[in-house]
Design a binder for this molecule. Sequence first.
Ligand code: HEM
Ligand code: HEM
Length: 405
Amino acid sequence: MMTNTKTSYGGVARSFHWAIALLIVTAFALGIIGDNIPRNADTVDTLKTLYSAHKTIGVTVFLLAVLRILWALTQPHPVPLHPERKLETLVGEVVHWALYGSLVIVPLSGWIMHAAEVGFAPIWWPFGQTLPFVPKSEVVAHAAAAVHGTVVFVLFGAIALHIAGALKHVIIDRDETLARMAKGYHGGDPNYAGHNSKLAPIAALILWAVVIGGALTLGQESHDDDHAGAEISMTQTDDAALASDAPEWTVTDGSVTFSVTQSGAPIEGNFAAWNAQIAYDVETGTGSTVVNIDTTTLTLGSVTSNATGADFFNTAAFTSAVFAADITRLEAGPAHEATGTLTLVGQTVPVTLEFTLDTDGKTANMQGTAALDRRDFGMGKGYTDESTVGFGVDVTVNLTAQLAE
Ligand code: HEM
Ligand code: HEM
């Protein structure tokens, strides 16, 4: 039978239960594995695949969970097998509510974190990587990461209790609890009127409020250290380095890419993780910026590992590139220049980034390019001519920033 009765779980409820159980345990395992893999050039491809799988499975769990809950609302709920054991029944129910809550909160917080970040491991699906109402924002991403990272442990604890409970029913009580969920067996007294206790959902609600509140508060304090790493978004560093005291802008979206000629054809490189501190006064058209690029997050077509190797970005020894510059508006108009230095593989070289900036006073869109020569940084010493790797590297920076409150 597809539908529930007062004494049995129907095929639909059971399919949802086992499909979601399998997927959630897989997503959990991938999350823990990902959290324990060191982040460097050698692991970036693995991490990307792993997190894409994690997110895709997680989003599937979320969608199935919504369907499951809607389905459960239309169904009779099978009666407890031992309603006279009030405490045991209550504990079981609180755990079920905690599990139902996790099914929604865990993947949704992960999804919000993903949508708020300039992420690197996409969800494998054609419906885009953003979420309505979720801005690209480090603050939102960190809050969601704190919830995600904390609530999974409630989920873990609830699953452990849940499985222990199921085993107790098999081994000690030898009743139909597991067989009801596994095989659709009937069990319990169909005439039991139900107790309709609100205690279990209220207890679960309090649990959620405490855990999520705690995660948000603590997450705010400890901000990130280890956490932001996984999504490979970088933390703000070096506040002092920003020379100007013009109003500050927060980057909400953007990309840092470059193009280089390889064996005569251009290839595109991309840095997944970077951040920019920007101070800019719309009135005077002046300001300054410090851009920090995590070079270990470089992807360059099929030659990523060569590019991050000792001959080029040498990410084993240098993990970041820093561009520190003063911003000047060229004339009344969108054209600007950021003149400063780029420090890369231990070499500091003067660099000018030319860019256009359109702003309505609150939001700014900038598009810029800088032409570099790899030899200035001593990169690719083994490639003395341009037949394999060109000398010129065209860097493109596109970003959107909001005036910080
Ligand atoms: C069934 C759903 C899910 C489960 C059980 C789950 C579980 C986990 C676990 C155990 C971790 C490692 C703990 C940690 O790093 O704090 C993790 C990290 C992560 N998850 Fe999920 N997750 C789920 C869904 C999602 C979804 C839907 C997304 C995004 C679309 C997502 C994105 C992430 C990211 C980016 C991280 C690393 C973030 C960090 O370290 O702060 N997760 N997840
Ligand atoms: C090996 C793993 C698991 C076993 C043996 C198991 C077993 C069971 C059993 C026997 C029931 C019926 C309880 C009753 O009749 O009162 C049940 C219900 C439930 N299980 Fe699991 N389960 C497992 C994993 C999971 C996981 C991973 C989740 C979700 C994260 C989950 C979520 C639920 C929920 C929400 C219910 C309540 C269904 C309802 O009555 O509406 N289970 N499970």
